[in-house]
Write a protein that binds this ligand. Structure first.
Ligand code: ADP
Ligand code: ADP
Ligand code: ZN
Length: 212
């Protein structure tokens, strides 16, 4: 099964993608996590991506597509995957479709996690991320068992640089301009499903399970 998560930054795509990955035993592929791992390790790719990420802008399509196609070509992805944060532009979606088509394959479903802009800033300022394993928490809604420490790997949790309110505003603008058109794109392909992302995370997941 090949699943795409759509939604504004902070809508809960990552949280749901992790639950899907666990339940359906498929890899969770997050371009944001791949970029952050590269930044942490000081790679050339990380240096290039950071310039855009810190400003709340998208990393250029060419670079992003290359990274994503490399990742999904790995053997653990052969029976499917859940994409979180990719595609984010129409050209990215078109390349993914074309590559899958060459393999006689296609995306099965695009799940739009719908959360209005007014809820987003609170979610982002309360988000705490583990840069080691990619887990995310929320200081109120989804706290870790021990404050500041990742439940899964014991690493220290951080407020991401790009989760500061000024950058979040920019990211929301970029979302509306460049990513939101994908809702229409997948709707046109008759594979779009929308869930109400303002519910508790477990209720959002229950809605996704009904779809899958
Ligand atoms: P969030 O989950 O909060 O939306 P991500 O971790 O998915 O954030 O992405 C963080 C940043 O990484 C984005 O703001 C963007 O700069 C970059 N990025 C991630 N995925 C993509 C993509 N598919 N295309 C371009 N840039 C991306
Ligand atoms: P995205 O990947 O779409 O950027 P995340 O999954 O990282 O979003 O979630 C953004 C923030 O909101 C995190 O702090 C997360 O713990 C929290 N969160 C996720 N789902 C919910 C929910 N249903 N209700 C409240 N907070 C949530
Ligand atoms: Zn962790």
């Amino acid at each position: 099964m090949k699943i795409i998560m759509l939604g504004a930054p902070g809508a809960g795509k990552g949280t749901q993608a992790k639950m899907i990955a666990e339940q359906y035993k498929i890899p969770h592929v997050s371009t944001g996590d791949i970029f952050r791992a590269n930044i942490k390790n000081g790679t050339e790719l990380g240096k290039e991506a950071k310039k855009y990420m810190d400003e709340g802008k998208l990393v250029p399509d060419e670079l992003t597509v290359r990274i994503l196609l490399d990742r999904v070509a790995q053997s653990d992805c052969k029976d499917g995957y859940v994409l979180d944060g990719f595609p984010r532009t129409i050209p990215q979606a078109e390349v993914l479709d074309a590559e899958l088509k060459k393999l006689g394959d296609q995306v099965d479903v695009a799940i739009n996690v719908d959360v209005p802009d007014e809820n987003i800033v609170g979610r982002m300022s309360g988000r705490r991320a583990c840069l080691k394993c990619g887990a995310t928490y929320h200081i109120q809604a989804l706290p870790p068992k021990q404050e500041g420490i990742c439940d899964h790997c014991g690493s220290e949790l951080v407020l991401r640089d790009d989760d500061k309110p000024e950058t979040v505003k920019k990211r929301l603008e970029v979302y509306h301009q460049q990513t939101q058109p994908l809702i229409e794109y997948y709707s046109g392909k008759k594979i779009l499903q929308t869930v109400d992302g303002t519910q508790d995370a477990k209720d959002v997941f229950a809605a996704i399970e009904r779809i899958l």
